[in-house]
Every structure is written in C-alpha cells, then in structure tokens.
Design a protein around this ligand. Structure first.
Ligand SMILES: [Zn+2]
Length: 281
C-alpha cells in the first residue's frame, strides 16, 4: 500500500486483485506491434492488470473509492480473467485498523465488477452489503444503466454487486459534479460508460485525480489509446481533451485504477502529444 498527502487530505493507494484482460481489447485501435512493447501478453493474449482502489481521509471521514474485486462469481469467472488475490484490499484496511463498517462513504466510479466487486459480500448463503454504514455514491445515469443492461455491457454489470445495495437503500444518486468533502469532488468522466465518474482531490494548491477507466493505466494516457471496452470511445476522447491540459498545467498527480506497475503518474506533453510520466513515491 502506498501513502501520500495531497494538501490536508490523506491518500492511501490500495491494491486488490491481480487479473488479466485481452491486450487487444485493452488497447483498442492501437495495433499489437506497438502495444506489445508496453505490456507482455500471455499465451492467451491477456495482459497483466491490477485493481487499485483508493482510500481517503478527508473532513474526518473515511472515503473508499472503488471496492475492488470479489470471489462471489467462482472458479469459471476467476479463470477467464486470471483473477488472483481478490479481496486483498480488506487486509490493507485492517492494517490501518479499519473494518468495512468504519467506511463512511463509498464512491462507485462505475459499477463494473472489477470496480464494484466488493460492494457486497456472500454471507451465510445470501449476498449482503459489505460496507454497511456507508453511503454508496454513484451517478444516477450509471445506476440506471447498470440496472438496465444490454447485450454489450451485461457481462460487466453483475446484479449481485448492485441489487443488494439498492435494496438496502445505500445508493446515493449523484447528477454531475459534487463536492463530497472539503477538497474532494466527484467529476463525470463519460465514455467508458455514460455515467462514469472520477474523483478530484484539491487541497492547499495540490491536485490529484483518480481517473477511473477513462485512463485505466498510465500507458493509456495518449489520446488514441482508448479501450475497445469503452461503450462511447469518442466521448472518452472528448473527456480527455476537456481535462488533460488543465491537469497538466496544475501538475496533477494521476491515479489510475489498473496500472500493474505504477500507482502514480503525471501527464506530460511532447512532439507526439500527451503521455504519462510515472511518479515514484
Ligand atoms: Zn476497469
């Protein structure tokens, strides 16, 4: 687990499951002759990824951004995605002296299983909320889409991660930007899904951004490096163009949800456009 301070706010970069996704799908229109230099594919063409939730201490509240992956789906699911160490994040919370009931706010950037997997837990044969005292903040559009999936997105929206939270009345639907603690703001980042949101931390002149899947790893910062998983890739492009330059000018730290190597980076700009520089902690 990595720790940094952004102004007055404590930021813990957690690690949950390792998993693998098809490299071609991860890099979209970028051909393998190019992306294979960035990431090693296995014999099934899958590249290694990590699930990196983020924990914040702000305004006296524990805010958990993303809930990692869970094991509820069993062996077949685990094999397809090469999932290991699902739920590892819980032991990192325990290292901080935290149990799930201590989390005050959960931010669901979106409701795909690799981001909202431990929204719930299987207990005594039923699936129940994991963070029982938390409000789960999600964009209204995202919750609607997750509850009305279609053929193109339903493999990502697993009802067991969503329905028990809705039934328990723990979702708080957000529309657009929202300040959820002093210096912590939710920011819509549509494209991967229409209702995806990121988190911007701004305190005492310092800025950090949790990008959600708008930028899944630092290798994805270049503008055309957009996942084939994105439902609206051109919207992803527009969202990047709307925010990148400001984040670059502010020297914002970039926290991506799936980078297997570098938890932290910064946007840079050169002859071939935007790219990322890793930041060592
Ligand atoms: Zn993802």
């Amino acid at each position: 687990m990595n720790y940094l301070r952004v102004g007055k706010i404590d930021v813990y970069l957690l690690e949950d499951a390792s998993f693998r996704l098809d490299g071609g799908a991860m890099f979209g229109v970028v051909p393998k002759v190019i992306w294979r230099r960035l990431s090693d594919a296995d014999e099934m063409n899958r590249i290694p990824l990590l699930v990196r939730p983020m924990l914040l201490r702000a305004d006296g509240k524990w805010i958990l951004v993303e809930t990692g992956m869970d094991d509820k789906q069993g062996e077949k699911h685990r094999k397809i995605y090469g999932i290991t160490a699902a739920g590892k994040m819980l032991s990192q919370l325990a290292e901080l002296g935290l149990e799930p009931k201590d989390i005050d706010v959960v931010v669901n950037t979106h409701l795909h299983f690799d981001h909202a997997g431990m929204n719930t837990i299987s207990r005594d044969g039923s699936i129940v909320p994991m963070f029982t005292n938390a409000q789960y903040l999600v964009q209204k559009q995202e919750l609607y889409d997750a509850q009305h999936p279609h053929e193109r997105n339903k493999a990502s929206y697993l009802p067991e991660n969503i329905a028990p939270i809705a039934e328990a009345g723990l979702f708080v639907e957000i529309e657009g930007e929202a300040e959820i603690a002093e210096g912590v703001k939710l920011l819509p980042l549509p494209g991967h899904t229409l209702g995806q949101q990121g988190v911007v931390i701004e305190s005492e002149g310092q800025t950090a951004v949790y990008t959600a899947d708008m930028v899944p790893t630092l290798e994805h910062v270049p503008l055309p490096y957009i996942m084939a998983y994105d439902l609206y890739p051109v919207t992803t492009l527009e969202a990047r163009k709307e925010h990148y330059q400001r984040w670059l000018e502010k020297g914002a730290l970039l926290i991506t949800p799936h980078d297997p190597l570098n938890p932290l980076g910064r946007i840079a700009h050169g002859e071939r456009g935007y790219y990322a520089e890793a930041v060592r902690l």
